[in-house]
Ligand binder design. Sequence first.
Ligand code: CP3
Length: 352
Amino acid sequence: MNDRLLRALARQAVDRTPVWLMRQAGRYLPEYRETRRQAGSFLALCSTPDLACEVTLQPLRRYDLDAAILFSDILTIPWAMGLGLEFVEGEGPQFRHPVRTRADIERLGVPDPEDDLGFVMEAVRTIRREVDGRWPLIGFAGSPWTLATYMIEGRGSRTFGRAKRLLLEDPASMHRLLTTLADATIEYLRAQVRAGAQVLMIFDTWGGVLTTPAWHAFSLAYMRRIVEALPRGYEGDRVPVILFTKAGEGWLESMATSGCDALGLDWRTDMGVARARVGERVALQGNLDPSTLLASPACIRNEVKRILAEYGSGPGHVFNLGHGITPDVDPAHVGACIEAVHEHSPAWHRQG
Ligand code: CP3
């Protein structure tokens, strides 16, 4: 198997820097748009294991990537909790039954991953069968705080007014919600590992909107609880965990003490500074600005070279974007990015 990703996450020597891209399967690919059209909707695509497997493999057929990532979404957990998820074209996710009161929070149960989210587990098993021996498979979940923002607001938000108000006015209810979400996420990620996921990533997309003390108490504390509860030796394999807090540059040291193996960095973080701060404890993943992919291949190459040089020599770097690929990106530019990593990273791994 291509084990570059697993080796880099363990900070072991590799021949070149492994590369995969957040949202590597998605609307920028014409074959994705075609499969989604056949499925009828994004949620139908997520809940049909064979189609979820097909779109997972699409970027791997086009590009020489070093990992497959499960095609699904972080909002499957609140969906399974009965909040009524819809994706409105051009508007993103919306919940028909947002969580607003203490009673709403107390009513939420922990979904059974094999029953209520069986389609995700079946997708993991199908994908693992298809990719086995070629690429490691990454499973994932959202951070409890990030899920809570969507559940409370009922949709994406700019200011997170309702979620922050609940956190400040009724912290006990917020903790109750986050505890339920952490319990659900532990069950969900354990089941993904049983089904065949070999690496796990936690997306704390909205952690960075909190104050420092609130992020520690309402986001990091629950991610730490999840990491501690995950199988660290299932069938002899250690399952590495990547923690990604978008806009979390100020908190790298705290993230690195959560028990995770790697930190995902957004594009604002300087890779060299991050390595000096936490590179002795964890691997680092990132962090090309996704908008770079809109510029010419020559510009993309320069930015890839800059990031590789910022990280410097030796293992422990996984090349990625600082956030997901946007739908307006030319697939040829994604190819240029991956080729630049292949071309320029080996020099940073030569020993002696
Ligand atoms: O990275 C991958 O290729 C794996 C699949 C994946 C998706 N969503 C597919 C998806 C992963 C890992 C996610 C995670 C996710 N989902 C996050 C965390 C990462 C991040 O982007 O910050 C969040 C916040 C969500 C919630 C979500 N799902 C939003 C806000 C949206 C709408 C925005 C958008 O890009 O359209 C989605 C939809 C979504 N999830 C799409 C895909 C491919 C687009 C759906 C479509 O085909 O229309």
